[in-house]
Write a protein that binds this ligand. Structure first.
Ligand code: 13P
Length: 254
């Protein structure tokens, strides 16, 4: 049985004072059925882990370097994230794939480093609007999955997030049929590559303009095991609303 996962991605938002939102979230939702995770700016991870270490929430990073250490000014390694108190790291987010030219091979190397450091790699895949209009979505997802996911993936060290680029920060969301098509396809490909046991245990998140008002219908879609939430994860009331919808959703996404 896959445990549901409500994951937030704060992106480049938040300073120490904003950790009070986490306090509010935990006060409002002291005992969630779903796993709760916030991927914070790296500067906040240690403070958050110290302050909320014994509460039902985990913290993660938003990227890491593939190497563990070295002369890479400005970069952060997977062991450093783990040392700061992170248990997860987002890799291959479209904002990095497009903004920093991160390709599948690099994402795979980063994921390997994350897994070696004991972190859960949240690998993101998703198509541009051009790809969708050209009906390339499933081929593109297949390529991103085979290129970015290491062979050592398991249900414990991998979470896969489907984030259509055109839905991120735009208020647009795919239809439920479109989400179902991609999530079923991802599940099938995972099962084919890793076998049914591992393939069925990896959690699949949907991300892109998830908010309290659309969360319930998204979580009704089969093979949607949770969400990766950007803007709506910054405010406790919004993220809490999404969490509540996830807690109330059918087992294993419908
Ligand atoms: P929004 O929820 O702001 O659309 O962002 C989604 C996202 O990119 C999460 O990683």
């Amino acid at each position: 049985m896959r445990q549901k996962l409500a994951a937030g991605n704060w992106k480049m938002n938040g300073t120490l004072a904003d950790l009070d939102e986490v306090e509010t979230l935990l006060t409002d939702h002291p005992d969630p059925a779903s796993e709760m995770l916030l991927c914070l700016p790296a500067t906040l991870i240690h403070s958050a882990a110290q302050r909320f270490g014994n509460r039902p929430i985990a913290f993660g990073g938003q990227d890491c370097r593939a190497e563990d250490s070295g002369a890479f000014t400005g970069d952060i390694s997977a062991p450093m994230l783990a040392d700061a108190g992170a248990s997860h790291v987002i890799l291959g987010h479209s904002e990095r794939r497009t903004g920093y030219d991160e390709h599948n091979t690099l994402v795979r190397a980063k994921a390997r480093a994350a897994m070696n450091a004991g972190l859960v790699a949240i690998i993101c895949v998703g198509e541009s609007l051009e790809d969708r209009e050209a009906e390339n979505t499933l081929d593109l997802i297949a390529g991103q999955m085979s290129g970015s996911i290491p062979d050592t993936a398991t249900g414990e060290n991998l979470v896969l997030a489907y984030e259509p680029i055109w839905a991120i920060g735009t208020g647009l969301t795919p239809t439920m049929d479109q989400i179902a098509e991609v999530h079923d396809y991802m599940r099938e490909r995972l099962e084919r590559r890793f076998g049914a046991g591992v393939g069925r245990s990896v959690r699949l998140l949907y991300g892109g303009s998830v908010k309290p008002s659309n969360a319930a219908e998204i979580f009704d879609v089969p093979n949607v095991d949770g969400a990766l939430v950007g803007g709506a994860s910054l405010k406790a009331a919004d993220f809490g609303g999404i969490l509540a919808a996830l807690d109330a959703s059918p087992a294993e996404g419908g």
